[in-house]
Design a protein around this ligand. Structure first.
Ligand SMILES: Cc1cc2nc3c(=O)[nH]c(=O)nc-3n(C[C@H](O)[C@H](O)[C@H](O)COP(=O)(O)O)c2cc1C
Length: 204
């Protein structure tokens, strides 16, 4: 089993999503002893935002001059896509930021969601080109968004599920810690909640 493990919290200490995503990966590795893990720390080393030149080239523009800087950006994009394509299981540490996801993680998604490479349009609709994978999203937020009112403001989990589905990753599990903050209030309860969900899924 090949696992791609991403973290996107900029905080390297006290991060709930880092703890949750590490818990998921540790549990998967314990159950699949031969598992190989590729780790990307998007929180510490965010991918660059896509440049106009890179986007043009990816959309088959013929007239772009490939500068060394553009080549470096393209290499990064293709590496991200390769890592995603190669994995069987994707584990994403994803804090809620302003009802959505941190821009570090969005920059990675912009790299990997590429028409013709990870999805394509057909007359019948969009087809994901990287099916057969399982995703675990280690999700945390300071508030509670699982109430009827809360769901109206949650653009984090539905967004991630939707964009993964676009690429064909339909088997997406949310491992959630709600009501957690950096002040540690609710932290232990939230992490225990996440662990319980994870074990329910893996033991099913
Ligand atoms: C910039 C920023 C924006 C945040 N926005 C929200 C939000 O919209 N709703 C919420 O419930 N919590 C929000 N939070 C709280 C985080 O989701 C929460 O602390 C989460 O556990 C952070 O993940 P981490 O501990 O892995 O860094 C925000 C925190 C930060 C730093």
């Amino acid at each position: 089993m090949k696992i791609l493990h991403l973290d996107s919290s900029p905080f390297t200490t006290g991060s709930v999503t880092r703890e949750l995503s590490a818990m998921i990966v540790a549990e998967l590795c314990a159950r699949h002893p031969g598992a190989v893990v590729t780790y990307r720390d998007l929180g510490v080393t965010p991918p660059p935002h896509l440049s106009a030149a890179a986007m043009s080239l990816l959309h088959n523009a013929q007239d772009e001059v490939i500068t060394p800087q553009l080549q470096t950006e393209l290499d990064g994009i293709y590496q991200s896509i390769e890592e995603l394509t190669a994995c069987d299981v994707l584990v994403i540490g994803a804090p809620m930021y302003n009802h959505s996801i941190p821009s570090n993680l969005k920059a990675w998604l912009d790299q990997v969601c590429q028409k013709g490479l990870t999805f394509r349009y057909t007359p019948q609709g969009v087809i994901g080109l990287i099916p057969g994978k399982t995703a675990f999203v280690a999700s945390s937020r300071g508030g509670v968004y699982t109430t009827e009112e809360g769901k109206l403001h949650d653009f984090q989990e539905p967004y991630l599920a939707s964009i993964l589905e676009l690429m064909g990753v339909v088997n997406c599990h949310i491992i959630r810690a709600e009501g957690v903050s950096r002040q540690t209030i609710g932290r232990e309860k939230g992490l225990a909640q996440g662990r319980e969900t994870l074990l329910q899924i893996l033991n099913a």
